[in-house]
Design a protein around this ligand. Structure first.
Ligand code: NAD
Length: 484
């Protein structure tokens, strides 16, 4: 049977794209083609913006409490379809089913927060700002917003934005990742089931042509992007050039500092999930350990041993602890970095290059890989590898860790493992990264906090999730009143 070609959702209709090109959506564990995704045209992107623009005024005039009721319905539908969403997510992305369940829960939590929009988007007022004059500030929606999604969290990342944009009264066009579009295509069906008015939410499949057409469209008010830093830099500049507000969350290289006084068994287990969870394809994945002094001797042997025991396989198999990377191309890139690490002189303690998973010989698997003697000047210590590859650098002092972290152009996340409150406080105080973990390997902010990011990991002012998202999707208007 021919794989199904995904449709676009525009103005409340599922429409076939007229684009001549479509790409395969491949299950990275089985190499099976799950669907085909059209590379929709600029014209189709413009149709979606027009539909969203058309729907805006009536939606904006809908009371926030009524808009929140759609979010309650969406939450109920997501709970009802929880396993189905998680399964699709695993099939197209590769991560384990438990990782997908965690991801879907995080997506739902953003809907939970948006359910509170009537109080969350309130303004404020003051009496007698001058004699007989009162003033109040309102938060108002702006119009059409766009999201360009990455491949690595197909269910969750678009939900750092969609629930907030809709609940505050904006309308939306989503462009899912062309590598992992199926989960969002399914979630769009759930949004449709909430009976949102036509055009409030739209989805256009595709890649750069669609993304640029959306960002350049004069009726689009703002752009939200999550993806790699080079594309993010382009998106931020392009958005500014076209007069849009933007949230641009980029790539990462995250350091995990281990102090000699850390609780080693717990640290090993936290590092294991940080580095190898989601096959290292998390923007919060720990990728270089900075082991201070004797922490090195206590940490490295149990870590290598535990990593070597991780069960790599198909994510839908409940026993699997680590799935494949997203594609054969991603595997090639990650293996290329491992080769490079060897030629740069790092010592390979665990080599995941030649792994074969019985029954899934065509899968894009890379086993857990650990390098020792990684120095800060090596490419593997600097580039975002985005695979299950962990480097270890032994250092003498915490001060050296601060210098190494400060020298990285990225500022997404950093963690310290210690039993000293003083060290923990100083680390959170000094390190220029947007998400800090204290004895936590994946410092992922929960929905009612902004998802941080600094330096080359973030471009903009406000972040996704929580109050930041509400502020981004609204504009403040100040009204002064005098009555005679
Ligand atoms: P990517 O940059 O390749 O693609 C992201 C999106 O941008 C996709 O929808 C893609 O189609 C679109 N795109 C590609 N080229 C474009 C162009 N020239 N103009 C406009 N849009 C374009 O990222 P990816 O490989 O899908 O995702 C992985 C990256 O995302 C990693 O670098 C990871 O660190 C990052 N990420 C960051 C965060 C965060 O919060 N900082 C979260 C998740 C992922």
């Amino acid at each position: 049977m021919e794989p199904k070609v995904l449709r676009n959702y525009i103005g409340g209709e599922w429409v076939a794209s007229k684009a001549p090109e479509a790409r395969d959506v491949v299950n990275p564990a089985t190499a099976e083609v799950l669907a085909r995704v059209p590379m929709s045209t600029a014209r189709e992107a413009a149709d979606a913006v027009e539909a969203a623009h058309e729907a805006f005024w009536a939606w904006r005039c809908t009371p926030p409490i009524t808009r929140a009721r759609y979010m309650f319905r969406l939450k109920a539908l997501m709970e009802e379809n929880f396993e189905k969403i998680a399964e699709l997510n695993t099939m197209e992305n590769g991560k384990t089913i438990d990782e997908s369940r965690g991801e879907v829960r995080r997506a739902i939590e953003n809907v939970d927060v948006a359910c509170g929009i009537p109080s969350l988007m309130m303004g404020y007022n003051a009496e007698d700002v001058a004699e007989g004059i009162d003033s109040f500030a309102l938060r108002q929606p702006l119009g059409v917003f766009v999201h360009l999604a990455p491949f690595n969290f197909p269910a969750m990342v678009p939900y750092w934005f969609i629930p907030y944009a809709l609940a505050t009264g904006n309308t939306f066009v989503l462009k899912p990742s062309s590598q992992t579009p199926m989960t969002q295509n399914f979630l769009a069906r759930l949004l449709e089931e909430t009976e949102l008015p036509e055009g409030v939410f739209n989805l256009v499949n595709g890649s750069t042509e669609v993304a640029e057409a959306l960002m350049a469209h004069p009726k689009v008010k703002g752009v939200t992007f999550v993806g790699s830093t080079p594309v993010g830099k382009h998106v931020y500049a392009f958005s500014a050039q076209h007069g849009k507000r933007a949230i641009v969350q980029g790539g990462a290289k995250n350091f995990l500092v281990v102090m000699p006084d850390a609780d080693m068994p717990r640290t090993v287990s936290a590092i294991l999930t940080s580095a190898f969870g989601c096959a290292g394809q998390r923007c919060l994945a720990g990728s270089v350990i900075l082991a201070v002094g004797k922490a090195y001797d206590d940490l490295v042997p149990p870590l290598v041993e535990a990593a070597s025991r991780l069960k790599v396989g198909y994510g839908l198999d409940q026993a699997t602890q680590m799935g494949p990377v997203v594609s054969a191309a991603a595997k090639k890139k990650v293996v290329g970095y491992i080769d490079l690490g060897v030629s740069e002189g790092a010592r390979l303690l665990l080599d995941g290059r030649n792994i074969v998973v019985p029954g899934y010989e065509k899968g894009a698997f890379v086993g857990p890989t650990i390098f020792d003697r990684v120095t800060p000047d090596m490419t593997i210590a600097k580039d975002e590898i985005f695979g299950p590859v962990l480097g270890i650098t032994q250092v003498d002092s915490l001060e050296q860790c601060y210098d190494i972290i400060a020298a990285s152009p990225f500022g997404n996340a950093a963690s310290v493992f210690t039993s000293s409150g003083k060290v923990a406080r100083e680390f959170a105080y000094r390190v220029e990264c947007g998400n800090i973990g204290i004895n936590i390997g994946i410092a992922a902010p929960i929905a009612f906090f902004p998802f941080g990011g600094m330096k080359d990991s973030f471009f903009g002012v406000l972040h996704g999730q929580g109050q930041d998202a509400i502020r981004f999707f609204t504009d403040e208007k100040v009204v002064l009143t005098r009555w005679f």
